[in-house]
Design a protein around this ligand. Structure first.
Ligand code: AVJ
Length: 322
């Protein structure tokens, strides 16, 4: 564990074992079994995701970093001075560092992240790099309504940073709900800076979620490892396989854990049966055209003020305002 800098207090609202058991029970009771993708991110899951980002097939992270590298000054200009920067799903903090380096007198940085280890590690790094920026980490599930800490210094113009195409993990209606929640949180004169993966050759997208080194497979299966360790389920990890396919009609990667045999799993006191080849749904990664995304933002009462992209138009960073 990296040292926690003094005077940074984490506001901890991490879900407990009972919450997680209930989520798993509900997911396995459904006709189409499913578990929410946020369950990927325990300490090992976050570390595996960092390794996914280094795989040659996974173009998303390195493309988004390149966009930030090339346009951070322009982006900071558009966001304006004295903003309180709230980040949803803060991850490793590389892109945040690039943004904070260019922002003019940021009022505070509020990372909201479900993985406590990832949160502490990134905030420790950023705190030493930016000693003058007040850090207010919140360990929480950002899909639940948040009551965020108030800004330390006025003015309270809030910009929500939502990088990584995490928005793609939500089905359209949930994505609209989250954007609406952000709209409510960002206050007058604020905005949402969001990373959005774009539609492209399906083969390229599918390869990104089926890397040759098998890191994504390990990441997907880790959800079961994590549940076994944390809440005492008895998933036979060797009897499930990772499957990620691009659904062109829906414009998204659909990731499943497929049961390789008939089997039973115990969750708390309950037993759930899997058929051979039964798929349990664990993640969507939606891909958008610029039009698709603008339409979705409009449903949340937001309009696209600016878009930055790489030359090949693989990925976009978009600024949304009221
Ligand atoms: C971190 C949610 C953007 O959907 O591309 C990577 C997670 N899943 N490989 C994505 C992920 C499988 C990733 N996000």
């Amino acid at each position: 564990m990296s040292a926690q800098p003094k005077d940074i207090r984490v506001d901890d609202r991490h879900p407990d074992v009972e919450d997680t058991l209930e989520v798993v029970r509900r997911g396995l009771s459904a006709k189409q079994k499913k578990l929410p993708s946020r369950l990927f991110y325990d300490e090992r899951g976050s570390a595996l995701f960092e390794r996914i980002c280094e795989q040659p097939e996974y173009y998303l992270t390195r493309t988004e970093i390149a966009i930030m590298r090339d346009h951070a000054a322009d982006i900071a200009q558009v966001l304006g001075p004295d903003v309180r920067l709230v980040e949803y799903g803060s991850g490793s903090g590389i892109k945040t560092r690039m943004l904070l380096e260019h922002l003019h007198t940021p009022a505070a940085y509020v990372p909201v992240e479900i993985s406590r280890s990832a949160l502490m590690e990134s905030v420790a790094g950023l705190a030493s790099r930016f000693p003058d920026v007040p850090m207010q980490p919140v360990c929480a599930d950002f899909t639940q309504p948040l009551r965020l800490p108030v800004a330390i210094r006025p003015p309270r113009r809030t910009v929500i940073y939502f990088p990584g195409s995490t928005i793609g993990n939500f089905e359209a209606k949930d994505a609209v709900r989250i954007l609406r929640q952000m709209r409510a949180e960002m206050s007058m004169g604020g905005g949402v800076l969001v990373g959005v993966d774009l539609k492209k050759d399906p083969a390229q997208i599918e390869a990104a979620y089926n890397d040759a080194a098998g890191v994504t497979r390990e990441f997907t299966l880790n959800m079961l490892v994590r549940l076994n360790n944390e809440v005492g389920t008895d998933f036979d990890v060797s009897a499930f396989r990772h499957r990620a396919r691009y659904n062109a009609l829906a414009g998204r990667i659909e990731t499943d854990l497929v049961s390789m045999k008939r089997q039973e799993v115990h969750v708390g006191g309950d037993t759930f049966a899997f058929r051979e080849d039964e798929a349990m749904h664990v993640e969507y990664s939606c891909k958008y055209s610029l039009d698709d995304f603008a339409q979705m933002a409009a449903k949340a009462g937001l309009s696209v003020a600016q878009v930055w992209m790489d030359d090949e138009r693989r990925f976009s960073v978009q600024y949304l305002v009221r």
